[in-house]
Design a binder for this molecule. Structure first.
Ligand SMILES: Nc1ncnc2c1ncn2[C@@H]1O[C@H](COP(=O)(O)OP(=O)(O)OP(=O)(O)O)[C@@H](O)[C@H]1O
Ligand SMILES: [Mg+2]
Length: 453
């Protein structure tokens, strides 16, 4: 990075001295003799770090700091002062200064502090760029994807979210079922209502009944007070029934009743309570099979499965792997406050080649671990678990053959849009954000390629 420094000091000799030292460090230095000059420079040029004296006639260091924060919040400000008091230091830091150096200072210290400030600026900028890139693919609840099938699911989710219909979300473990459930809640007509999730597989039959339906005071020994069930608690909001196929048959009957009558009877109760709840359910099991085996009631299945969102496993959307990896890197680097910003090419190739039985969750864990292990700014092969490192005699060509090229991906998308508008090219061009002539050229290129094959 071409680092730009602004140095402000009303003492000519000190100013030139510092300028000389910093130029020798390889920075681009601009010197200002007064606070007023500094402010006007800040108005017209970009700086990465501002080094300013605190006490100056007229516009002082504090003013420079405030102006800098206002005009260039990305830049870091460092104070150098001969009148250091604890109070002024606290003031400076409170107003967002990066550091406070007391005169007389050692040049080493200044060099070090400036380098640290620059590192912070650089990292923030790099992260911002990465974030912007990831954000382009992110929707609502942080669902990151570039996959056509996933985008179709998101569109369906967006459409049905504001209706109150039940949705059954299916997909392997770790594919993002709960993420979709939260998305549906957030985009429902009841986003400020409660969102309650319960894992139906984690409770015995009796405990689950108690959790879902609640009980009246004295319903059984130990029921000292009235307890509202989660169905009641989520009234006005969304109830997410995770691992729904794991529910005991007797519970399935009760749940079906609740869904049909929109009221719940607490254990030991005699009068049902009205509940206005939107139910979402999820499972990583094969529901059809569970129904066939008689483990899951067909009528409940129909009731829950008004709309089905079937999330594809990560191995079927490998194009999402690099994007998700970057997304998680950003998340964990900032959470761990570590300057890790890159994933080595070899690591990415290993990830794309790996079948991910644990899907997105497994990828997330790998990146979290890699971020924690990384020592510099890059996740290297050495930061992966051993079983993955062992796969490292990879072959790029193998991967290249399996992943679509950008152009193929584009063609798939064009076809999809054309399908949706029933072949109307004018409409398709409009949706794609290109003019008709470009669309026509792309279609022609495709025909040519097809006939060449
Ligand atoms: N498309 C995505 N974009 C960003 N993060 C994702 C995506 N898909 C999944 N994740 C993240 O992966 C992790 C697992 O997702 P989630 O808990 O929704 O999976 P699940 O399908 O409910 O898994 P399980 O069946 O094991 O309950 C979460 O941390 C989630 O935020
Ligand atoms: Mg889940």
């Amino acid at each position: 990075m071409d680092a730009r420094l602004l140095i402000v000091d009303d003492e000519e000799i000190a100013l030139r001295n510092l300028q000389h030292v910093m130029e020798k460090e390889g920075y681009q230095v601009t010197a200002a003799r007064t606070g007023a000059t500094a402010v006007s420079l800040l108005e017209s040029q970009r700086f990465d770090v501002v080094l300013t004296d605190l006490r100056m006639e007229g516009v002082d260091g504090m003013d420079v700091l405030k102006k800098s924060r206002e005009l260039q919040p990305e830049a870091e400000v460092i104070f150098i002062t001969g009148y250091a008091t604890a109070e002024s230091a606290v003031q400076a830091l409170k107003h967002g200064a990066f550091y406070y150096i007391a005169k007389p200072f050692r040049l080493d210290e200044v060099r070090k502090v400036v380098a640290e400030a620059l590192e912070k600026v650089r990292l923030r900028r790099e992260n911002d760029e990465l974030r912007r890139e990831v954000e382009g693919y992110r929707d609502g609840e942080g669902i990151v994807t570039q996959d056509v099938e996933m985008q179709r699911l998101l569109e369906t989710a967006r459409q049905i979210a504001p209706t109150d219909c039940s949705v059954l979300i299916t997909g392997e473990s770790g594919t993002g079922k709960e993420l979709f459930a939260k998305y549906l809640h957030k985009h429902s007509t009841r986003p400020s209502g409660p969102y309650v999730a319960i894992n139906c597989g984690a409770f015995s039959e009796q405990l689950l009944a108690n959790e879902l339906f609640g009980h009246e005071k004295g319903a059984f020994t130990g029921a000292a007070t009235l307890k509202k069930g989660l169905i009641e608690v989520s009234s006005g909001g969304t109830l997410f029934l995770d691992e729904v196929t794991e529910m005991a048959p007797s519970m399935q009957v009760k749940l079906l009743r609740v869904l049909q009558e929109k009221e719940v009877l607490r254990l030991g109760g005699t009068r049902p309570v009205k509940c206005d709840v939107r139910v979402l359910a999820a499972t990583n099991r094969d529901v059809d099979e569970a129904v066939k085996d008689g483990r899951f009631r067909e009528d409940l299945y129909f009731r829950l499965n008004v709309v089905n969102l079937a999330i594809p496993p990560l191995s079927q959307r490998k194009g999402d792997i690099p994007l998700l990896a970057q997304h998680f890197l950003l998340k964990y680097a900032s959470r761990m406050k570590k300057p890790v910003t890159r994933i080595a090419g070899e690591v990415m190739a290993l990830l794309v080649d790996y079948p991910f039985p644990g899907n997105v969750r497994e990828l997330e864990n790998l990146i979290e671990r890699g971020t924690a292990m990384a020592q510099g700014d890059t996740i290297e092969v050495a930061h992966l678990p051993e079983f993955l490192q062992k796969r490292s005699n990879f072959d790029f060509r193998k991967i290249a053959g399996r992943l679509p090229t950008l152009e193929e991906q584009e063609q798939t998308y064009i076809s999809r849009v054309l399908d949706e508008v029933q072949g109307n090219q004018t409409a398709a061009a409009q949706i794609l954000g290109i003019n008709r002539a470009s669309l026509w050229r792309k279609l022609k290129a495709r025909r040519n390629r097809a006939s060449a094959k």
